[in-house]
Write a protein that binds this ligand. Structure first.
Ligand code: 8YV
Length: 320
């Protein structure tokens, strides 16, 4: 095999990227973020055959055109909403991703957020730390979740794992997806997401990001959940109309939100920081050592397999 050239983009931990494995197989360039592309000479950019990408900045035609030899973009993550697949198609560039291996961790995080916001775990810790427990006694009562009705928006790999976990909490499962899925007959299907929100108390969002779902969860959905409603989001900040969510949280129109993802990460809307009915995490649902290592290995193997056998192991579905 001709030795190919790979550009690694992103801030990888040692678990996520085995640099020596890349170097054994490829000529390697490495930058921390897309903005640093300007540090690489045009002559060198033209040699790059593959990009291993970790990040959430846009990769569109303008960027892809800088790499005349580029054949594959191997994404670190299941979400690839910032990579323009139509543009990649135009230039015959393949795009691969890392599905399945992170579903358990992301679903675990969804449940952690759910418990965190419903049982006010942040507030409980603060109650101890501030001395309120001593001076005021018990903290205010909070919301029970066992036996409640939950809606899952998007029953893909991760949505399915969330639903399975919710069953252990004696939950009645309702879900929205484009088509009914072959799942437990007890799970109730909706083809109308607003109707789903009208019939459940808590909403888990596991939709794909991107143009087709931008602002999908609107003020109407939040109103339909009502004042005891909880919103959990582990997908992308863009899928919620974030200002409407903040309004609903500030005015108590819903009970709370558990969020791992936001618009404009990591510089999130400061209004979130004033709330005491949220449980927030810095986009770390897949961030366990084991899972990130597996994601990094699959990202690498996608590139290797493409050059050895003509196809990556996990191509994005639009390009299959
Ligand atoms: C990212 C994610 O990979 O898989 C996804 O879609 O959002 C995460 O697991 C992670 O944030 C690194 O960019």
């Amino acid at each position: 095999m001709k030795k190919r050239t790979v550009l690694l983009i992103g801030r990888y931990t040692k678990e996520e990227c085995n640099l020596s494995m890349y170097k054994q197989n490829f000529f390697v360039y490495k930058i921390d973020e897309l903005m640093d592309l300007k540090k690489i000479k045009k002559y060198d950019l033209e040699k790059i055959d593959a990009i291993a990408f970790k990040g959430h900045s846009k990769i569109d035609l303008e960027i892809m055109n800088k790499f005349p030899s580029l054949r594959i973009i191997s994404n670190f993550g299941v979400g690839y909403d910032t990579i323009n697949i139509d543009d990649a198609k135009k230039l015959n560039i393949l795009v691969s991703f890392t599905p399945d291996i992170l579903s358990d961790d992301v679903a675990d995080m969804a449940l952690a957020l759910y418990l965190g916001v419903s049982r006010k775990l942040n507030n409980g810790y603060e109650w101890i730390k501030s001395g309120n427990w001593v001076s005021q006694g018990e903290m205010p009562l909070n919301k029970n979740i066992s036996g409640s009705k939950c809606g899952i928006l998007g029953l893909g790999r991760i949505g399915f794992e969330i639903a399975k976990r919710l069953e252990a909490f004696k939950t009645e499962i309702h879900y929205f997806s484009r088509k009914p899925k072959k799942v437990s007959s007890k799970w109730i299907y909706y083809n109308n997401p607003l109707e789903l929100c009208t019939n459940v108390e808590n909403l888990f969002i596991s939709l794909k990001g991107g143009d087709s779902t931008n602002g999908f969860v609107s003020a109407d959905f939040l109103r339909a959940l009502g004042k005891d409603g909880i919103v959990i989001n582990i997908s992308r900040g863009s899928v919620i109309d974030e200002n409407s969510l903040l309004d609903a949280l500030e005015s108590g129109k819903i009970y709370g939100a558990g969020l791992d993802v936001f618009l404009n990460e990591p510089r999130i809307n400061q209004r979130f920081l004033e709330l005491n009915n949220v449980f927030l995490q810095p986009h770390q649902a897949s961030a366990t050592k084991k899972t990130r290592k597996a994601m990094g290995e699959l990202q690498f193997r996608n590139i290797l397999n493409y050059f050895e056998n003509g196809t990556p192991l996990t191509l994005v579905p639009e390009l299959e």
